[in-house]
Design a protein around this ligand. Structure first.
Ligand SMILES: NC(=O)c1ccc[n+]([C@@H]2O[C@H](COP(=O)([O-])OP(=O)(O)OC[C@H]3O[C@@H](n4cnc5c(N)ncnc54)[C@H](OP(=O)(O)O)[C@@H]3O)[C@@H](O)[C@H]2O)c1
Length: 318
């Protein structure tokens, strides 16, 4: 089968196309014929091997050489212990940790998959899993009129956070590069801050909720930017800051009714189905930056690595 192959950590030059044997589904696995796979900031991190958590799948080199975690496709075969899917079922999901999505076939546990609604195209379905589940969890409990800031909003995941926060009635400010400001307003942000021009954390007591996709500020600094009762949720960013927020985040909130914490978003079929229901209702939509054929997957990675994407880069496999 044709597949994208990454043998080392590094630049997009480490990404190439290759021929690999078609995987055989183990007893408890589903073999999916991939129709589309979308890229996330985590694919950029897994390519670079940085931050350190991107090397959990192999310290010196990725143990699984085929990248790609968000997929949509059709079940080709099932292992003998799988009862919930059958060949021909249309499915989608996030295979983070498993990888392998940027290939004609991928074998995966069924628990990582959900049934793809017929109304969703394979491209849209592939764009939902990681971004949608992050957005659902990051906006849980947002109330009408709250001031929500989304930091790092112009990449793969930000648009769905903006969209859901708006759906729940928030006033949304989005932060990213200056040249993404028009895009951020187009996908629903009320205001955009260019991080080259202004540090959002200088606005003291300004935000009911900060969703940080690229955290690099200390927990005490972000705490000061929150309103009383506000919460800071770190989704991604520098490894050192991740550890600081895990360890010192609770202390940063003591006595102020503010919460500073890391938001863990484990893969969950229930949450994928919940956010997909919101997509089908028109509450939020995946934002597609560009669709590449499999043969041009290296170019898709170059676009992602340069940070030129505004929303999701999708690779159509078949
Ligand atoms: N917590 C969890 O359970 C969980 C689960 C899955 C994924 N994640 C993490 O979620 C994170 C990201 O999401 P994503 O897919 O949306 O990432 P992404 O596509 O890389 O987007 C990040 C955006 O932030 C911008 N940016 C860079 N530096 C910035 C700064 N100083 N201030 C503001 N914006 C800045 C980037 O611009 P440039 O492109 O120009 O750099 C890019 O537009 C990843 O770190 C991933 O590992 C967490």
């Amino acid at each position: 089968m044709r597949a994208v192959v990454q043998h080392r950590y590094g630049s997009p030059d480490e990404i190439g196309l290759g021929e690999l044997p078609r995987p055989e589904p183990a007893e408890g696995e589903v073999l999916v014929k991939v129709r589309a796979a979308s890229l996330n900031g985590s694919d950029r991190e897994n390519l670079a091997g940085s931050p350190f958590y991107a090397r959990l799948g192999g310290l010196r080199a990725p143990r699984r050489p085929v990248p790609g975690s968000d997929v949509a496709g059709v079940v080709e075969a099932v292992g003998s212990a799988v009862t919930e899917y059958a060949p021909g079922d249309e499915v989608f999901g996030e295979l983070l940790g498993y990888r392998g999505g940027l290939a004609e076939y991928v074998a995966t546990p069924p628990a990582l998959l959900a049934r793809k609604p017929a109304r969703l195209s394979f491209v849209d379905a592939a764009a939902i899993p990681q971004a949608g589940c992050i957005a659902l969890k990051a906006t849980a409990g947002v109330k009408d009129g709250e001031k929500v800031l989304v930091n790092g909003a112009g990449g793969a995941g930000g648009a769905m956070v903006i969209g859901l926060a708006k759906h729940f009635g928030a006033e949304v400010t989005a932060v990213d590069r200056a040249d993404k400001a028009d895009y951020l307003r187009r996908v629903g942000a009320d205001d955009a801050i260019a991080f080259e021009d202004e540090d959002w954390a200088d606005r003291r007591g300004a935000w009911d909720r900060v969703v940080d996709l690229v955290g690099h500020r200390s927990p005490f600094r972000v705490q000061r930017a929150l309103r009383p009762g506000g919460r800071y949720l770190m989704v991604g960013g520098h490894a050192r800051i991740l550890l600081a927020v895990l360890v010192a985040g609770p202390a940063a909130g003591i006595g102020s009714r503010k919460r500073v914490r890391v938001l863990a978003v484990p893969q969950s079929r229930a949450e994928l189905e919940a956010v997909t229901a919101l997509v089908l209702d028109g509450a939020v939509a995946p934002v597609i930056d560009r669709v590449y054929p499999l043969a041009e997957a290296p170019a898709a990675f170059r676009r992602l690595a340069a940070g030129d994407n505004q929303g999701k880069v999708v690779v159509e496999v078949a």
